[in-house]
Design a protein around this ligand. Sequence first.
Ligand code: ATP
Ligand code: MG
Length: 214
Amino acid sequence: MIRFEEISHHYPGQEHELLLDTISLTIERGECVGLTGPSGCGKSTLAHIGAGHIRPTGGRVLIEGRDLTAQPSRKVFLIHQEHDLFPWQRVEKQIQFAMTTPDAGRIKELLRLVRLTGYETFFPNQLSGGMKKRLALARALAVNPDLLILDESFSSLDSQLKTELHEDLRRIWRETGTTILMITHDSRELANLAHREIRLTAERPTRIRKGALV
Ligand SMILES: Nc1ncnc2c1ncn2[C@@H]1O[C@H](COP(=O)(O)OP(=O)(O)OP(=O)(O)O)[C@@H](O)[C@H]1O
Ligand SMILES: [Mg+2]
C-alpha cells in the first residue's frame, strides 16, 4: 500500500500559495489508479514527490507503512513523457541495467511481456515511438516496483498507438499485478484501465468515479 499523507507543497518563492494543499490518497497493492486534473495543478509535482525526487513542504509518503518521503527509491518508478532511455545502450542492456542482479530468464520474460522479443540488440534510435515506450515499461518492471507512476507517458503518441499501449498496459497489469498510478490530462485514457480516477483540482482531490478493471 502506498499512502500520500497530507502532502502539501509549494516551490521556493511561491510561499504565498500552496500548489498542493494537504492531499491524502492511498493506493492499494495491485490497484491501477488514474490521476487527472488541469495543466499546472501539480500532478507531475505529486509524481516526483511519490518517487522521492522532491521533498514536500509538508506530509509524508508511506510505502508499506515505511516513511520513504524524499528518498529516491527503486521501489517507486516514474516514467515521464520523455522516457529517459540511454541512447548508447542496446535494448537488452537497458533492462539488465535496471536490475540489481542480471537475470537472463527475467529479461527474456520482460521482453515477451512488452512484445520486444527479437529486438534485444537494437539501440533506442532503431525503435519506433511505441517500442520505445514499451522498452521504458520493461525497464520499469525490471525493478519490480511497489508503484509504477506513468506521467503522461503516452500523451505524445497518436490515438491508435495510445490505444495499443493501453492494451499492453492492461495485459501487463493482469499478468504482473503491478500497482500503477497513471497521470493523464484525458479521463478517457483511463477507460477500461483504471480502477478509479482521482481528480486533482485547486481543492482537495475528489474521487469521481469508481469502476471495475476489465
Ligand atoms: N521545479 C519547479 N520550480 C518552480 N516551479 C515549478 C517547478 N516545477 C513545476 N513548477 C510549477 O508548479 C506548477 C505545477 O506544475 P506541475 O508540473 O506539477 O503541473 P502538472 O499538473 O503536471 O501540469 P501538466 O498537466 O501541464 O503536466 C506549475 O505552475 C509549474 O510552473
Ligand atoms: Mg505534468
